[in-house]
Ligand binder design. Structure first.
Ligand code: NAD
Ligand code: GLY
Length: 368
């Protein structure tokens, strides 16, 4: 098992990564569960796959799981589900020193974390991430949120978990498409700050995706350690460092918006395409050789991911995609910061990007 400390002032915690952590949940949560009844929030698919393992593990440790099981999917990150979840936690008489368990992907982690942030002005919660994306990104760092009719993740809070248990066994039941979407976030850590890790992904990514246990543990632990370093230094995204984690997200968000935030394009798929676009746009500005951008696109294609936006068959032009970007929550006093590359493993925040140039670039990409 790998243990990565996240050393945030006032709310430090551990991320433990290994196989079988859910089956051993009682012991793993020692010191965190004060009462017999333990509230667990999950979704229907995760409950079907892992509910019995969690239920038995808590039972063996003298606890009883009490479940709130939400519909699977992004729609559960809503005001309605948030209000109903908070009311349910109140009815369960959860106190500030109690821990709520979030068993699921980023949807469950974000919703549960936000509910925990506002319940009685903040109770504890434990992340039990069940997607690769949640293990390497959303369960760590304390961003919690729901969506509003005005956009994704527009209502939320920073609220750090008390513990994160990333059980690699859960990846065995994750659909391959979801696994690949999470892999985009793994590659992101290489591209933004660690060229050696990108080279590791080139050499080992396929084996990791195929189920190699040692490669999975290395990829998740390395990603979490990279994220921990960033959020320790810039927890609230005020210093321009945490913003680097948004590599590929501005382009990706526009693609997600254009596809209606639907199953047509998963978040991680949008991020992968967005990172290719960010790299090609960096090349267009003369920051990196065009060949470096193509190395990134080739890696995503090799592992079976979409790497060209033309393949999406979007019925729009570059200006329409830029219009989506203007609603991005990263808009800052009328300018939109972009994360670009000075090289593989060397991302930076650019505040001087001309949106007309972005639109022209996207026109060329859509026709590629
Ligand atoms: P998700 O939570 O919707 O999970 C994807 C699908 O996989 C769901 O249908 C789920 O039921 C299913 N699933 C999950 N684990 C499974 C398992 N082990 N076996 C079988 N099926 C399983 O999606 P996600 O990609 O994990 O998360 C996306 C969300 O995360 C978005 O809402 C995004 O905004 C958020 N996010 C948050 C942060 C953050 O820092 N808080 C970072 C990135 C993304
Ligand atoms: N997923 C981006 C962040 O945590 O800041």
């Amino acid at each position: 098992m790998a243990v990565i400390p996240v050393d945030i002032a006032g709310s430090p915690y551990e991320v433990r990564i290994g196989t079988g952590l859910l089956a051993n949940l009682g012991q793993q949560c020692q010191g965190h569960l004060r009462k017999r009844r333990v509230p667990v929030i999950t979704d229907q698919r995760v409950h079907a796959a892992w509910g019995a393992v969690v239920e038995n593990a808590l039972h063996e440790a003298g606890h009883e799981a009490v479940w709130r099981i939400l519909p699977a999917g992004e729609a559960s990150k809503s005001w309605e589900q948030l209000a109903a979840t908070v009311d349910w936690l109140l009815a369960e008489e959860v106190e500030r020193g109690d821990s709520v368990l979030a068993l699921g992907g980023g949807v469950i982690g974000d919703l549960t974390g936000f509910a925990a942030a506002i319940l009685k002005r903040g109770c504890k919660f434990i992340q039990l991430p069940t997607t690769l994306l949640a293990q390497v990104d959303s369960s760590v760092g304390g961003k919690t949120a729901i969506n509003s009719p005005a956009g994704k993740n527009l209502v939320g809070a920073f609220h750090q978990p008390a513990l994160v248990l990333a059980d690699l066994a859960v990846l065995d039941t994750l659909p391959r498409r979801e696994l690949l979407a999470g892999y985009a976030e793994v590659v992101k850590y290489g591209l933004l700050g660690d060229a050696d890790f990108f080279h590791w992904c080139q050499a080992n990514g396929a084996a990791m995706l195929a189920g190699d246990g040692a490669a999975r543990e290395y990829a998740v632990a390395h990603s979490v350690a990279a994220k921990a370093r960033i959020v320790q230094a810039d927890e609230k995204e005020t210093l321009g460092l945490r913003a680097l984690l948004n590599l590929g997200h501005t382009f990706g968000h526009a693609l997600e918006a254009q596809t209606g935030f639907s199953d047509r394009l998963l978040h991680g798929e949008g991020v992968a395409l967005g990172m290719v676009l960010a790299a090609r746009f960096s090349a267009r500005r003369g920051l990196i050789p065009a060949a470096s951008a193509e190395v990134i696109a080739a890696h995503f294609a090799e592992v079976g991911m979409m790497s060209e936006i033309a393949a999406l068959g979007l019925n729009c032009d570059g200006n329409a995609l830029v219009a989506h970007m203007l609603h991005d929550k990263k808009m800052d006093a009328g300018t939109l910061p972009f994360i670009l590359l000075n090289g593989i493993g060397d991302a930076f925040l650019a505040r001087d990007v001309d949106l007309a140039e972005v639109a022209a670039f996207l026109d060329a990409e859509l026709a590629r």
